[in-house]
Ligand binder design. Structure first.
Ligand SMILES: NC(=O)C1=CN([C@@H]2O[C@H](COP(=O)(O)OP(=O)(O)OC[C@H]3O[C@@H](n4cnc5c(N)ncnc54)[C@H](OP(=O)(O)O)[C@@H]3O)[C@@H](O)[C@H]2O)C=CC1
Ligand SMILES: N[C@@H](CC=O)C(=O)O
Ligand code: NA
Length: 432
C-alpha cells in the first residue's frame, strides 16, 4: 500500500510529540497499518522559529490552503488549538474528503456534533481521543469497551494543570503562581491558562465525556463550573486535618433520565482512588450498571502522552481506510437531555465560617441546619488571632444543593456570622 500523506496543523507541544512518535515507532506503525506515514505539510504561525523536533523546514507553511487543498493529503491532524477559524479549516477539510484527528476540546465541546455530522455525511472519520484526559484511552473505553453497558456516573480529574498545581500546593506548600508557571513551562497548560484554572477546560472535557457516556447532547452551558483560584492555604490545611484531599473534580451523574454535569474543587477521602492521582496525571472513574466500577488512569497532558492518543487515532483512521469503512463509527446521541434541578442534587458539604466568639453561636448554627433537615458528620471550632472571633468548620451529612444554599443565605443574615469563608462539596464517600 502506498504511503498515507498527512497534514499537521500545529507543531507545538502536541504536534512535536506526534512527529516524534511517527518517527520513533515507525516499525510498529508499519506493522499495524501496512504502509508508511508521510507528514507532507505542517501548518505553523512562524516558519522561522526553532523547533523541538528535527524536521525538514521546507514542509512548514503558514498557508493553510497548501494543506486543505492538497488532494494527496488524506488525513488532517489538528493540534493547533483555537475555535472559530479552526472549525472553518476542519469543515473545509471534511468537505474535501479528508479524515480528521483533533486534540481540541475547546472546539469539540462547542461544535463536536456539527463536525461529527459533517464528517459522517462525507464518509470521513473524526476522532478526538486526545481531547479528553490526554494519554488515557477514555473515549474509546466508553465508545467501544463499555458500549454494551449503561453508564450512570463518571467522576474524574480531567485537567492536568490544576491537578499539578493542587498537588504541589498541598504536598510541598508551593505558591500558586510559581506552580502555575512550572505547569506552563512543562507544556501542560493551555496557551491561555485561565481556561485551566477557571475550570473551563475541565468543563469542556466533561461535556464531551458526558455526551458520549450518556448518549445525549450535553452542551458546555449545561456544565456548572468552579475553578481552583479561590482555594486558600487554610482550605487545603483543613481538608488535610479532616482526612480529605482537595481535587478539581468533574462529575457527571444520571438518575433515571436526569443528569448533573459539574466541575468544582471537592474534598475526597484520603483513601479514595482519585485522591492519590497526583501531578499532571488524570483519572476517570466510570460506573456502569452492569460492569460496576472501572477506573481509567494515566497522564492527562504533555507532549508524548497526548501525541500517543493522536497517533493511535491515526492508526484507527488508516485501518478504516484499508477496510473502506471510514465515517461509520460516530453514533448520534440516543436520548433527550434533562438536567437535574438543584433540589435533585445530593451531596455532603464542607463549610468554613468566621463567627463571633460568643456563647450559643454553635448551638444556633446547629439549630439552623437541623431546621433544614441537615445533620453534621464533622465539626471543628478553633479560636482566631482576631480577638473575639472564632472559626467553625463543618462537614454535613448528605443534603440537597437547594437546602444547603438556603442555609448559606440565612447564615449570611445572622449577625454573629462574620463571613462564610468557603464551601466545597465532599465527594466519594461510601467508596464512590
Ligand atoms: N499540551 C497538552 O498537554 C495538551 C494539549 N491539547 C490540545 O492540543 C492543542 C495544541 O496544544 P499545544 O500543542 O499545547 O499548543 P502549542 O501552543 O504548544 O502549539 C500550537 C501550535 O499551533 C500553531 N498555531 C497556533 N495557531 C495557529 C494559527 N492560527 N495558524 C497557524 N499555526 C498556528 C503554533 O505555531 P507556532 O509554533 O509557529 O507558534 C504551534 O506550532 C490544543 O487544542 C490543546 O488544547 C490536548 C491535550 C493535551
Ligand atoms: N491544559 C490541559 C491539557 C490537556 O488537555 C490540562 O492541563 O489538562
Ligand atoms: Na484521551
Amino acid at each position: 500500500m502506498k504511503a498515507i500523506s498527512i497534514g499537521l496543523l500545529g507543531l507545538g507541544t502536541v504536534g512535536s510529540g506526534v512527529v516524534k512518535i511517527i518517527e520513533q515507532h515507525q516499525d510498529k506503525l508499519m506493522h499495524q497499518i501496512g504502509c508508511a506515514i508521510n507528514i507532507k505539510k505542517i501548518l505553523v504561525k512562524d516558519s522561522a522559529k526553532d523547533r523541538q523536533v528535527a524536521i525538514d523546514k521546507s514542509i512548514l507553511t503558514s498557508n493553510v490552503d497548501e494543506i486543505l487543498e492538497d488532494p494527496e493529503i488524506d488525513v488532517i491532524i489538528e493540534v493547533m488549538g483555537g475555535i472559530d477559524e479552526t472549525k472553518d479549516y476542519l469543515l473545509r477539510a471534511i468537505r474535501n474528503k479528508k479524515h480528521i484527528i483533533t486534540a481540541n476540546k475547546d472546539l469539540m465541546a462547542l461544535y463536536g456534533s456539527q463536525l461529527l455530522k459533517e464528517a459522517t455525511a462525507n464518509e470521513c472519520d473524526l476522532f478526538y481521543e486526545a481531547s479528553v484526559a490526554g494519554g488515557i484511552p477514555i473515549l474509546r473505553g466508553l465508545a467501544d469497551g463499555l458500549a454494551s453497558d449503561r453508564i450512570t456516573k463518571m467522576m474524574g480529574i480531567v485537567n492536568g494543570t490544576t491537578n499539578f498545581i493542587l498537588t504541589k500546593m498541598s504536598q510541598d506548600g508551593s505558591a500558586y503562581e510559581e506552580v502555575l508557571k512550572e505547569a506552563q513551562s512543562l507544556g501542560f497548560a493551555e496557551a491561555d491558562p485561565t481556561a485551566d484554572v477557571s475550570g473551563l477546560d475541565a468543563a469542556r472535557k466533561m461535556a464531551i465525556l458526558s455526551t458520549l457516556g450518556f448518549s445525549m447532547t450535553i452542551d458546555l452551558e449545561d456544565v456548572t463550573v468552579q475553578g481552583i483560584t479561590e482555594i486558600s492555604e487554610e482550605d487545603l490545611a483543613y481538608s488535610k486535618k479532616l482526612g480529605y484531599t482537595m481535587k478539581l473534580i468533574g462529575l457527571s451523574s444520571r438518575d433515571g433520565e436526569k443528569v448533573e454535569v459539574s466541575v468544582q474543587p471537592a474534598l475526597l477521602p484520603e483513601h479514595h482512588p482519585l485522591a492519590s492521582v497526583h501531578n499532571e496525571y488524570n483519572a476517570v472513574y466510570v460506573y456502569g450498571e452492569a460492569v460496576g466500577e472501572t477506573m481509567f488512569y494515566g497522564p492527562g497532558a504533555g507532549s508524548l502522552p497526548t501525541a500517543t492518543s493522536v497517533v493511535s487515532d491515526l492508526v484507527a483512521v488508516i485501518k478504516n481506510m484499508r477496510l473502506g469503512v471510514n465515517g461509520r463509527s460516530a453514533v448520534a446521541p440516543q436520548y433527550p437531555k434533562t438536567m437535574k434541578e438543584p433540589s435533585e442534587i445530593h451531596a455532603k458539604f464542607f463549610i468554613r465560617l468566621h463567627v463571633k466568639d460568643e456563647v450559643g453561636v454553635l448551638a444556633k448554627i446547629t439549630m439552623l441546619f437541623a431546621e433544614h433537615g441537615v445533620s453534621f458528620d464533622k465539626i471543628l471550632q478553633l479560636p482566631l488571632n482576631e480577638k473575639g472571633s472564632s472559626e467553625i468548620v463543618l462537614v454535613t451529612h448528605h443534603a440537597t444543593l437547594t437546602e444547603f444554599e438556603k442555609i448559606q443565605q440565612k447564615l449570611n443574615d445572622y449577625e454573629m456570622v462574620k463571613e462564610i469563608k468557603s464551601t466545597y462539596r465532599v465527594e466519594g464517600e461510601n467508596g464512590k
